[in-house]
Design a protein around this ligand. Sequence first.
Ligand code: ADP
Length: 296
Amino acid sequence: MSIQVTSVSKLYKEQKALDAISFLAKKGEIIGFLGPNGAGKSTMMKILTGFIKPNSGDVLVNEINVLQNPIEAQKTIGYLPEHNPLYAEMYVREYLQFRAQIFKVDNNQIESCIEKVGLTDEAHKRIYQLSKGYQQRVGIAAAILHNPSVLILDEPTTGLDPNQLVEIRKLIKELGKEKTVLLSTHIMQEVEAICDRVLIIKKGKILADQSLHVLQNSTQQVIIILFDKTILNNDFKVLPNVVSIQKEKESWILTFDAKEDMRPKLFDFAQEKGLKILELSAQHKSLEILFREITS
Ligand code: ADP
């Protein structure tokens, strides 16, 4: 197991930032850590990388206990902190050489990292002269210099323009082929674009741990429907394959687990009950729906 987090809690004074969080990450997975601001993502990442200690719980990275042996664990972890702190006055190559010295990394690793993250044409420039997207690449290059097998990226795409976003996501996906990646974001599309799995976190608790593959192949369908007359929750009992029934203002949000399209069944249902359908929309269960279900 690359990452093993067991019942980790963290308090900042009386505020609970993490509340008994547990999860596992297998080798080679790209996991999206998705949640609103203040959910506890950065706190979890700082604990995973040995920068702060939790109040309780256990953290193993590559079977090394991070709380007892942070330095040993850090040798196997690459970390891109939020806001990517860089020395802007330094030249790209000079900065990476400086980082390489700290990690006692061979100089020839620097050139291969520069190439891997696509910085070859920019490596002679000062960091402040680079665009935000290229600065992110410098941060990622610095994080992978010592060839870690686990990569922790805290909001790696914040502040990037749409083209840079695509480029950095491509780079992360590429790195994910050989490393376990945990990346935090509050953007659902980002998770859908790069991750194998999503952990949804809110107020320090994990509310969902779901494989994207399972989600994308789910037979669940969500139908939002508005009738001309009021009906009761119980009236839907005659319908097959119902998973959940929710009401949002005047509309009903019905989740079905069925291979067949449930819309014709709803038309028959409306007719039998003497109802007229004023609006109807159907979607397959997506990350967006899951997110709405569990965080609303
Ligand atoms: P996220 O990364 O999901 O935005 P954080 O881990 O940064 O969330 O924060 C979780 C909660 O802990 C927030 O309510 C935040 O205000 C609080 N918090 C984070 N760092 C500190 C700190 N150093 N001191 C006090 N409270 C903090």
